[in-house]
Write a protein of this length. Structure first.
Length: 357
């Protein structure tokens, strides 16, 4: 009898534990799903749509990417990608509150929810993806760090910078990249740290430092607006890889997914040849891929928590990737940047969108 009783009690205990485990697993799975995927009530996407406003952390001192024009308007390549997100999520590219952030302020602003998205020439790195807690959307600009010197300085390579004072903006990857490269080459130098790029450039132009370093796109942008651009040059050597693009707070998959596909929409539109000027003509296309992209067929937008015509609104109001690039950085601007790596993969670059299906 004791053996039977003990066996029966063991069986009951196993059943109870199994039931308890299933209950906890179901509850935990549901809670985890809301936390990871962003439930309708908790995701930044819902906040943006409900408030009809996107708060974007941007640069306001980098010509071509993020700065204030003569009329007081935020303009630039990164600024336009903020408008891409507003057009896709809200249906209005102008429903953006631009929050100027320094290199030191930008990550805290994302972590605390001060901004919904950071689009401020920010490099995707391991540390920022993990310890800092950012999720990086598709790279919108592939860049590399360079160094500017005076054209008559006699400097032709990194080795020629021995003993020189080189300016860097604090709170950026440029500090570490400069230290790594110069250490690897055994080049002694003095890194002079400044708070903000305006301060670095002012010191360089005044002659208190011999050179300064940042992403090459930033060097080109700054050189174009210097008083005497021809008196300066950018060394050919690249100190690093700098993939730049939007980033959002980690843990909100719903918002992260939406941002990803809104960016991809600009790249896919260029591949299809769809522009802000001809997008209406493509609404009658019989191509199922184009119909899915523009929302005339299927429910891809709905799956993302976006309007089904989100890509149409982006293209119509802001343009495809190529239009955004050419408007802000291309041949008809003072920067005259080549597409290079930022061309479509079909044109020798590395821009590539996953399929819309």
């Amino acid at each position: 009898m004791k053996k039977i009783s003990f066996g029966f009690m063991s069986f009951v205990l196993v059943v109870l534990l199994a039931l308890t485990g299933c209950s906890n697993e179901e509850a935990g799975g549901k809670e985890g799903g809301d936390s990871n995927n962003g439930s309708s009530g908790s995701s930044i996407l819902s906040k943006v749509i409900d408030n009809k406003k996107l708060v974007a952390g941007v640069n306001d001192e980098l010509p071509g990417f993020g700065y204030i024009d003569e009329s007081g308007k935020n303009v630039g390549f990164d600024v336009d990608f903020a408008r891409v997100l507003a057009a896709g999520a809200i249906g209005d590219a102008e429903s953006v509150e631009f929050r100027p952030l320094s290199a030191q302020e930008r990550f805290t602003a994302v972590q605390t929810g001060e901004v919904d998205v950071l689009i401020r020439n920010t490099t995707w790195t391991t540390n920022r993806d993990s310890e800092v807690g950012l999720n990086f959307a598709p790279t919108t600009f592939y860049d590399g760090q360079g160094i500017m010197v005076r054209a008559d300085s006699g400097v032709e390579s990194l080795e020629d910078l021995k003993g020189m004072r080189i300016g860097v903006d604090t709170g950026t990857t440029t500090e570490l990249n400069l230290a790594d490269q110069m250490r690897a080459l055994g080049i002694e130098h003095e890194a002079v740290v400044f708070d903000g790029q305006d301060a670095v450039v002012a010191a360089y132009e005044s002659g208190s430092i011999d050179a300064w370093t940042t992403d090459k796109s930033g060097l080109v942008a700054r050189q174009a607006v210097m008083e005497k651009p021809d008196e300066h040059k950018i060394l050919e050597e690249n100190l690093s890889k700098e993939p730049l693009g939007p980033s959002v707070k980690g843990g909100d998959d719903k918002w992260f997914d939406a941002v990803n596909w809104m960016v991809f929409a600009t790249i896919q539109a260029e591949e299809f040849g769809i522009t802000s000027k001809n997008v209406d003509e493509f609404l009658e296309s019989e191509n199922p891929e184009i119909r899915r992209l523009l929302g005339t067929e299927g429910n891809l937008g709905e799956q993302l928590g976006l309007p089904n015509d989100f890509a149409y609104q982006i293209i119509k109001q802001v343009g495809n990737y190529g239009e955004i690039f050419e408007k802000n950085l291309g041949a008809d601007t003072i920067f005259k940047l080549d597409r290079g790596l930022n061309a479509l993969y079909t044109d020798g670059g590395i821009l590539y969108s996953p399929p819309f299906r």
